[in-house]
Design a protein around this ligand. Structure first.
Ligand code: ZN
Ligand code: FE
Length: 260
Protein backbone atom coordinates (compact mmCIF):
# COMPACT_ATOMS: atom_id res chain seq x y z
CA UNK A 1 0.00 0.00 0.00
CA UNK A 2 1.16 3.51 -0.80
CA UNK A 3 0.24 6.94 0.52
CA UNK A 4 0.70 9.85 -1.89
CA UNK A 5 -0.10 13.56 -1.81
CA UNK A 6 -1.24 15.01 -5.14
CA UNK A 7 -0.74 18.79 -5.20
CA UNK A 8 -3.65 20.75 -6.67
CA UNK A 9 -4.66 24.40 -7.13
CA UNK A 10 -2.21 26.67 -5.29
CA UNK A 11 -1.86 24.88 -1.95
CA UNK A 12 -4.21 21.85 -1.77
CA UNK A 13 -3.16 18.23 -1.41
CA UNK A 14 -5.44 15.49 -2.67
CA UNK A 15 -4.38 12.42 -0.67
CA UNK A 16 -4.37 9.08 -2.43
CA UNK A 17 -3.82 5.58 -1.09
CA UNK A 18 -3.28 2.77 -3.52
CA UNK A 19 -2.00 -0.75 -4.07
CA UNK A 20 -0.74 -2.08 -7.39
CA UNK A 21 -4.19 -1.92 -8.99
CA UNK A 22 -6.68 0.25 -7.11
CA UNK A 23 -6.77 3.71 -5.58
CA UNK A 24 -8.77 5.67 -3.03
CA UNK A 25 -8.67 9.46 -3.17
CA UNK A 26 -9.65 11.90 -0.45
CA UNK A 27 -11.25 15.28 -1.23
CA UNK A 28 -10.62 15.42 -4.99
CA UNK A 29 -11.22 19.10 -5.71
CA UNK A 30 -9.67 18.72 -9.16
CA UNK A 31 -10.52 15.68 -11.34
CA UNK A 32 -7.64 16.27 -13.76
CA UNK A 33 -5.00 15.91 -11.07
CA UNK A 34 -6.47 12.57 -9.99
CA UNK A 35 -6.88 11.28 -13.54
CA UNK A 36 -3.24 12.05 -14.30
CA UNK A 37 -2.11 10.16 -11.18
CA UNK A 38 -4.33 7.15 -12.01
CA UNK A 39 -2.93 7.02 -15.52
CA UNK A 40 0.66 7.40 -14.38
CA UNK A 41 0.43 4.45 -11.97
CA UNK A 42 -2.09 2.43 -14.07
CA UNK A 43 -4.65 2.50 -11.26
CA UNK A 44 -8.39 2.11 -11.12
CA UNK A 45 -10.25 4.52 -8.83
CA UNK A 46 -12.29 2.42 -6.40
CA UNK A 47 -13.50 5.00 -3.90
CA UNK A 48 -13.66 8.71 -3.07
CA UNK A 49 -13.74 9.82 0.58
CA UNK A 50 -15.01 13.33 1.32
CA UNK A 51 -14.55 15.35 4.50
CA UNK A 52 -16.70 18.44 3.87
CA UNK A 53 -18.62 20.31 1.22
CA UNK A 54 -16.19 23.03 0.06
CA UNK A 55 -15.55 23.13 -3.69
CA UNK A 56 -11.77 22.71 -3.40
CA UNK A 57 -12.53 19.30 -1.82
CA UNK A 58 -15.50 18.14 -3.90
CA UNK A 59 -15.13 19.85 -7.31
CA UNK A 60 -13.81 16.77 -9.12
CA UNK A 61 -16.29 14.23 -7.74
CA UNK A 62 -18.91 14.23 -10.52
CA UNK A 63 -16.34 13.92 -13.29
CA UNK A 64 -14.40 11.15 -11.51
CA UNK A 65 -17.55 9.21 -10.66
CA UNK A 66 -18.74 9.44 -14.28
CA UNK A 67 -15.34 8.43 -15.67
CA UNK A 68 -14.60 5.53 -13.30
CA UNK A 69 -17.87 4.42 -11.69
CA UNK A 70 -16.17 4.69 -8.29
CA UNK A 71 -18.03 4.63 -4.99
CA UNK A 72 -18.34 7.94 -3.09
CA UNK A 73 -18.54 8.29 0.69
CA UNK A 74 -19.04 11.59 2.50
CA UNK A 75 -20.48 13.40 5.49
CA UNK A 76 -24.07 12.73 6.53
CA UNK A 77 -25.07 16.31 7.19
CA UNK A 78 -23.62 18.42 4.37
CA UNK A 79 -24.72 19.30 0.85
CA UNK A 80 -22.75 16.86 -1.31
CA UNK A 81 -22.46 15.82 -4.96
CA UNK A 82 -25.04 13.03 -5.15
CA UNK A 83 -25.26 10.07 -5.22
CA UNK A 84 -23.06 9.11 -2.31
CA UNK A 85 -23.03 6.96 0.82
CA UNK A 86 -23.41 9.22 3.84
CA UNK A 87 -21.57 8.44 7.08
CA UNK A 88 -21.09 10.04 10.50
CA UNK A 89 -19.03 9.65 13.64
CA UNK A 90 -18.47 6.11 14.94
CA UNK A 91 -19.19 4.37 11.64
CA UNK A 92 -16.48 2.49 9.79
CA UNK A 93 -15.72 2.50 6.08
CA UNK A 94 -13.59 -0.04 4.21
CA UNK A 95 -10.96 1.24 1.81
CA UNK A 96 -8.71 -1.23 -0.04
CA UNK A 97 -8.94 -3.71 2.81
CA UNK A 98 -8.30 -1.12 5.51
CA UNK A 99 -10.90 -0.02 8.03
CA UNK A 100 -11.31 3.72 8.62
CA UNK A 101 -13.24 5.05 11.57
CA UNK A 102 -15.35 8.12 10.83
CA UNK A 103 -14.98 10.98 13.33
CA UNK A 104 -17.31 13.97 13.63
CA UNK A 105 -15.12 17.08 13.68
CA UNK A 106 -17.43 20.10 13.27
CA UNK A 107 -16.02 23.63 13.31
CA UNK A 108 -14.63 24.53 9.87
CA UNK A 109 -18.00 23.39 8.51
CA UNK A 110 -20.99 22.16 10.51
CA UNK A 111 -20.88 18.54 9.31
CA UNK A 112 -17.14 18.08 8.76
CA UNK A 113 -15.86 14.52 9.25
CA UNK A 114 -12.41 12.89 9.40
CA UNK A 115 -11.25 9.35 8.60
CA UNK A 116 -8.92 7.49 10.96
CA UNK A 117 -7.21 4.16 10.27
CA UNK A 118 -5.63 2.50 13.31
CA UNK A 119 -3.16 0.43 11.29
CA UNK A 120 -2.18 1.53 7.81
CA UNK A 121 1.03 -0.34 6.98
CA UNK A 122 2.03 -0.46 10.64
CA UNK A 123 1.11 3.09 11.66
CA UNK A 124 -2.12 5.03 12.22
CA UNK A 125 -3.31 7.39 9.48
CA UNK A 126 -5.66 10.36 9.64
CA UNK A 127 -7.41 12.26 6.85
CA UNK A 128 -8.63 15.38 8.61
CA UNK A 129 -9.66 17.69 5.76
CA UNK A 130 -9.58 21.35 6.80
CA UNK A 131 -9.89 20.69 10.56
CA UNK A 132 -6.24 20.36 11.55
CA UNK A 133 -3.30 21.82 9.64
CA UNK A 134 0.35 21.59 10.57
CA UNK A 135 0.77 24.46 13.02
CA UNK A 136 -2.83 25.60 12.61
CA UNK A 137 -6.51 24.73 12.21
CA UNK A 138 -9.30 25.52 9.78
CA UNK A 139 -11.23 28.77 9.89
CA UNK A 140 -14.54 28.65 11.71
CA UNK A 141 -16.91 29.19 8.78
CA UNK A 142 -19.91 27.36 10.23
CA UNK A 143 -19.06 25.99 13.66
CA UNK A 144 -18.42 27.55 17.04
CA UNK A 145 -15.10 27.80 18.89
CA UNK A 146 -16.43 25.26 21.41
CA UNK A 147 -17.15 22.77 18.62
CA UNK A 148 -13.75 23.25 17.00
CA UNK A 149 -11.94 22.91 20.32
CA UNK A 150 -13.78 19.64 21.00
CA UNK A 151 -13.00 18.41 17.48
CA UNK A 152 -9.30 19.22 17.85
CA UNK A 153 -9.30 17.57 21.29
CA UNK A 154 -10.56 14.34 19.72
CA UNK A 155 -7.80 14.45 17.10
CA UNK A 156 -5.17 15.33 19.71
CA UNK A 157 -6.16 12.18 21.64
CA UNK A 158 -5.12 9.91 18.73
CA UNK A 159 -1.79 8.04 19.03
CA UNK A 160 1.29 10.26 18.69
CA UNK A 161 2.60 8.35 15.69
CA UNK A 162 -0.58 8.99 13.69
CA UNK A 163 0.33 10.46 10.32
CA UNK A 164 -1.79 13.56 9.82
CA UNK A 165 -2.80 14.16 6.21
CA UNK A 166 -3.93 17.78 6.11
CA UNK A 167 -5.35 19.13 2.85
CA UNK A 168 -3.46 22.42 2.59
CA UNK A 169 0.20 23.43 2.52
CA UNK A 170 -0.34 26.27 5.00
CA UNK A 171 2.51 25.19 7.27
CA UNK A 172 4.92 28.11 6.89
CA UNK A 173 2.33 30.83 7.43
CA UNK A 174 0.87 28.86 10.34
CA UNK A 175 4.29 28.55 11.94
CA UNK A 176 4.94 32.28 11.61
CA UNK A 177 1.80 32.82 13.67
CA UNK A 178 2.70 30.03 16.11
CA UNK A 179 6.07 31.73 16.73
CA UNK A 180 4.27 34.97 17.57
CA UNK A 181 2.15 33.06 20.10
CA UNK A 182 5.02 31.03 21.62
CA UNK A 183 8.32 32.82 20.87
CA UNK A 184 10.23 30.65 23.34
CA UNK A 185 9.11 27.26 22.00
CA UNK A 186 12.40 25.70 20.84
CA UNK A 187 10.81 22.70 19.14
CA UNK A 188 8.63 25.08 17.14
CA UNK A 189 11.61 27.22 16.10
CA UNK A 190 13.49 24.15 14.95
CA UNK A 191 10.49 22.76 13.06
CA UNK A 192 10.02 26.09 11.30
CA UNK A 193 13.62 26.01 10.03
CA UNK A 194 13.11 22.45 8.83
CA UNK A 195 9.92 23.43 6.95
CA UNK A 196 11.55 26.50 5.41
CA UNK A 197 14.27 24.22 4.03
CA UNK A 198 11.69 21.73 2.71
CA UNK A 199 9.69 24.43 0.93
CA UNK A 200 12.84 25.96 -0.53
CA UNK A 201 13.37 22.56 -2.19
CA UNK A 202 9.70 22.42 -3.29
CA UNK A 203 9.08 19.52 -0.91
CA UNK A 204 5.92 18.94 1.12
CA UNK A 205 5.82 19.60 4.87
CA UNK A 206 3.09 16.94 5.21
CA UNK A 207 2.04 14.51 6.50
CA UNK A 208 2.65 15.71 10.03
CA UNK A 209 2.12 13.64 13.18
CA UNK A 210 -0.05 14.10 16.26
CA UNK A 211 3.05 14.00 18.52
CA UNK A 212 4.66 16.85 16.58
CA UNK A 213 1.48 18.94 16.44
CA UNK A 214 1.09 18.60 20.20
CA UNK A 215 4.49 20.27 20.57
CA UNK A 216 4.16 23.05 17.99
CA UNK A 217 0.52 23.76 17.12
CA UNK A 218 -0.94 26.59 19.25
CA UNK A 219 -4.48 25.39 18.51
CA UNK A 220 -3.69 22.08 20.25
CA UNK A 221 -1.90 23.98 23.04
CA UNK A 222 -4.44 26.68 23.85
CA UNK A 223 -4.77 25.52 27.48
CA UNK A 224 -1.05 25.94 28.19
CA UNK A 225 0.21 28.92 30.15
CA UNK A 226 2.74 29.81 27.43
CA UNK A 227 -0.07 30.22 24.91
CA UNK A 228 -2.21 32.19 27.36
CA UNK A 229 0.80 34.42 27.98
CA UNK A 230 1.09 35.03 24.24
CA UNK A 231 -2.59 35.92 24.03
CA UNK A 232 -2.29 38.40 26.88
CA UNK A 233 0.87 40.03 25.54
CA UNK A 234 -0.68 40.58 22.11
CA UNK A 235 -3.88 41.95 23.67
CA UNK A 236 -5.82 39.17 21.94
CA UNK A 237 -7.30 38.27 25.31
CA UNK A 238 -8.61 41.18 27.32
CA UNK A 239 -10.03 39.62 30.46
CA UNK A 240 -7.48 36.85 30.91
CA UNK A 241 -8.28 35.94 34.50
CA UNK A 242 -11.87 35.13 33.58
CA UNK A 243 -11.18 33.42 30.27
CA UNK A 244 -12.08 29.72 30.18
CA UNK A 245 -10.69 27.18 27.69
CA UNK A 246 -13.18 28.05 24.98
CA UNK A 247 -12.64 31.80 25.36
CA UNK A 248 -8.86 31.31 25.05
CA UNK A 249 -9.28 29.14 21.99
CA UNK A 250 -11.70 31.65 20.42
CA UNK A 251 -9.28 34.52 21.09
CA UNK A 252 -6.44 32.54 19.51
CA UNK A 253 -8.50 31.80 16.38
CA UNK A 254 -9.53 35.45 16.07
CA UNK A 255 -5.95 36.63 16.46
CA UNK A 256 -4.90 34.25 13.66
CA UNK A 257 -7.69 35.63 11.44
CA UNK A 258 -6.17 39.10 11.53
CA UNK A 259 -2.49 38.11 11.86
CA UNK A 260 -0.28 39.52 9.10
ZN1 ZN B 1 -12.65 23.86 3.52
FE1 FE C 1 -9.93 23.50 1.78
Amino acid sequence: MYLTALPAFTDNYLWMIHDAAQAVVVDPGDAQVVKAALEKHSLQLALILLTHHHADHTGGVDELRAATGCQVIGPAYEKMPEPLQRVSGGEHVQALGHSFQVMDVPGHTAGHIAYYCEDFEGKPLLFCGDTLFSGGCGRLFEGTPAQMLASLDSLAALPGNTRVCCTHEYTLSNLRFARAVEPDNAVLAQYEQQCIALRANHQYTLPSSIALELEINPFLRSRLSTVKQGLIQSNALSNASQADDVACFAALREWKNIFK
